[in-house]
Design a protein around this ligand. Sequence first.
Ligand SMILES: Nc1ncnc2c1ncn2[C@@H]1O[C@H](COP(=O)(O)OP(=O)(O)OP(=O)(O)O)[C@@H](O)[C@H]1O
Ligand SMILES: [Mg+2]
Length: 287
Amino acid sequence: MNGKAQPSIASPARSDPPIVIEGLCNSFGGNVIHDNLSLTVDRGEILGVVGGSGTGKSVLMRSIIGLQIPDEGSIEVLGRSITDAEEDEDIDIRSRWGVLFQGGALFSTLTVAENVEVPLLEFYPEIASELRHEIARFKVMLSGLPEDASSKFPAELSGGMRKRAGLARALALDPELLFLDEPTAGLDPIGAAAFDRLIKELQDTLGLTVFLITHDLDTLYEICDRVAVLAEKRVIAVGTIPELLALDHPWIQEYFNGPRGRAARSAQAGASQKRTGKMDNPAGRGA
Ligand SMILES: Nc1ncnc2c1ncn2[C@@H]1O[C@H](COP(=O)(O)OP(=O)(O)OP(=O)(O)O)[C@@H](O)[C@H]1O
Ligand SMILES: [Mg+2]
């Protein structure tokens, strides 16, 4: 037209935030958990979600994936309303995310590979069993488990391996969105650091958007692009850790500037120095 190169225009659907929550209210009986909570998750980011125990992080995640019907408010995921979803839309949207629940939630009577095959069978029953087995094997390896883990039952795995098996199942359908509820809880510091690196690699290579609930300060420092703070029944702040540190809120200050927060910060500063120097030391983790 005017001879100038046209700017590349991303389709609106690709650049829109994948999760938009507005005015969310949840309660159980008279117990109000969320009151007018709003949050937007940007495409391609790892958003850490923090808050005291019982502040409603898991309930928030369950609301986003449609397992908890809110009292009020709207939730849009990948451009679809979760709060007003029709049955068939619901099926379609659920195939575009993967979830690692807080307790792992693997089926104990199924092997690791069979667990990974569950969503494949549910959403793509037409896939031939050989191909389904092959996809499951690939996801198990992608999650950093040895190949022989595929035929094991959850009870035969260590806690860290169970987390990876849960991750393999969450990745079964090549999701655009990954929900992780306390993925490193209970892992030793080296195992937790390795899990963090795996999540970061998946974000980089698969372009995933990750909603990551955690109490793990090292995880927040190492891999989260932004952090959302849940307190007072809503998201009181969202930003990078330096942005949050600049806020004068007692819970945020205590969390990030308390002894554990300071230890995580200096561990990360030390690891960055080593990376630019000689080597990374995941054992530096653990406040
Ligand atoms: N199905 C339910 N019925 C009744 N109350 C519930 C239900 N699920 C959650 N709650 C309550 O909602 C509140 C928030 O729970 P939630 O599991 O979201 O906390 P959390 O922030 O994830 O905590 P943690 O860090 O310990 O995992 C808690 O008081 C919990 O008892
Ligand atoms: Mg929880």
